[in-house]
Design a binder for this molecule. Structure first.
Ligand SMILES: *Cc1c(COP(=O)(O)O)cnc(C)c1O
Length: 380
């Protein structure tokens, strides 16, 4: 089945009760039993909920995975994956990670004896030398946040194969429409469904998708045992958002490419970070593993100061200055003070995250209007 058809139909079928075409919101904490232990598959809503089941099956299918496990947020999904590890285990991860991921690694799990190595996993990186027999997890974001570096997923998975190391991909920036890491050899896919999957900036939710039964069973156990489950209303909103995922992603990507090309000619712009530009170091890999280059882009200014970036950000009229990404509306942000403020300045500089960096989550408005907005904001 093609992706567009899956986006509309995956995981859902008319409801058994009254034939509702849209999956009902099962707003209940418990389910009646005919006799002790005799029920229709649902006992208590932390353990299972039919709205959540539909979403889990839907997301699994979109990622070409066997099992989907949903959580109350992207961070709760990441937290569950980290609970697959034991003290003494080592994790190799990409450098410019989502700020919250960096925070849970360094401020939560480091204290439980898990060691994290932040390494350059791009083609020119020497990440392989950090692998030893304690390495249990390789954690990848691609495209990375906010510098849009591209990591070759199949290449890393090939290297990790038969070494008893899980490869996990945070696929939030790409969405399964653009990139399906399980098909490229990854063991675990993580999503902040808050972003493109939900797509309308109205819900916080997370998901993990896997193929291996033993990982799935452990994650379902952790979902129930630790309890960071999403509510049925939130599951419904993500199910509803996913129905237009393919249409939205196409519009996000087309607009982002137009904007990246326009910014390339602007006298105040120093570097543009967008994997759809042939000048981008990850262009070839992006062409190979992604269907389109995505809706996120960043750029820094020739005048590399926080003040210069702040002035531009304050002038936007259509782009809203806000955290988050992946909604239908265009957002802009200043990673150094917003999404990546939890990464110390020295660390930010080491990875090339400049104080004048501006990140755009390009929405699905008309590209001409968005470019007009950028023009007036930059031409101070
Ligand atoms: C937002 C985000 C997260 C965290 O997700 P929440 O739903 O906000 O908890 C994780 N990874 C990436 C890449 C994100 O953008």
């Amino acid at each position: 089945m093609k992706f567009s058809t899956k986006a509309v139909h995956a995981g859902v079928s008319p409801d058994k009760g009254y034939g509702a075409v849209m999956t009902p919101i099962y707003q209940t904490s418990t389910f009646a039993q005919q006799s002790p232990g005799v029920h229709q598959g649902y006992e208590y809503a932390r353990t299972h909920n039919p709205t959540r089941t539909a979403l889990q099956n839907c997301i699994a299918e979109l990622e070409n995975g066997q099992y989907g496990i949903c959580f109350s947020s992207g961070m709760a999904a990441i937290d569950a994956v980290l609970k697959l590890l034991k003290p003494g285990d080592e994790v190799l991860c990409t450098q410019d990670l989502y700020g919250g991921t960096y925070r849970i690694f360094t401020k939560v799990y480091a204290a439980y004896g898990i060691n994290f190595h932040f390494v350059n996993m791009m083609a020119n990186g020497e990440w392989q030398k950090f692998i030893n027999d304690k390495t249990k997890l390789i954690w990848i974001e691609t495209p990375t946040n906010p510098l849009l570096h591209i990591i070759d997923i199949a290449h890393v998975c090939n290297f990790a194969k038969n070494k008893n190391i899980y490869v996990a991909i945070d696929n939030t920036f790409a969405s399964p429409y653009l990139q399906r890491p399980l098909t490229l050899g990854a063991d675990i896919v993580v999503h902040s469904a808050t972003k493109y999957l939900g797509g309308h900036s109205d819900v916080v939710l997370g998901a993990v998708i896997v193929n291996a039964k033993e990982i799935a069973e452990r994650l379902y156990f952790l979902q129930n045992a630790c309890g960071a489950v999403p509510g049925p209303q939130d599951c419904f909103l993500v199910l509803r958002g996913i129905k237009t995922l393919h249409l939205r992603m196409k519009a996000h990507c087309e607009n982002a490419l137009k904007i990246a090309e326009w910014l390339s000619g602007h006298h105040r712009v120093k570097t543009i970070y967008y994997p759809g530009l042939t000048s981008h170091a990850g262009y070839e890999t992006a062409q190979k593993q992604m269907h389109m280059p995505g809706g996120m882009l960043s750029f820094d200014l020739k005048e590399d100061t926080k003040e210069a970036a702040v002035k531009v950000l304050e002038r936007f009229k259509i782009f809203t200055l806000a955290e988050s990404l992946g909604g239908v509306e265009s957002l802009c942000g200043h990673p150094a003070t917003m999404t990546h403020a939890s990464i110390p300045k020295e660390e930010r500089e080491k990875i090339g995250l400049k104080d004048s960096l501006i990140r755009l989550s390009v929405g699905i408005e008309d590209a001409d209007d968005l470019i007009e907005d950028l023009k007036q904001a930059l031409d101070t």
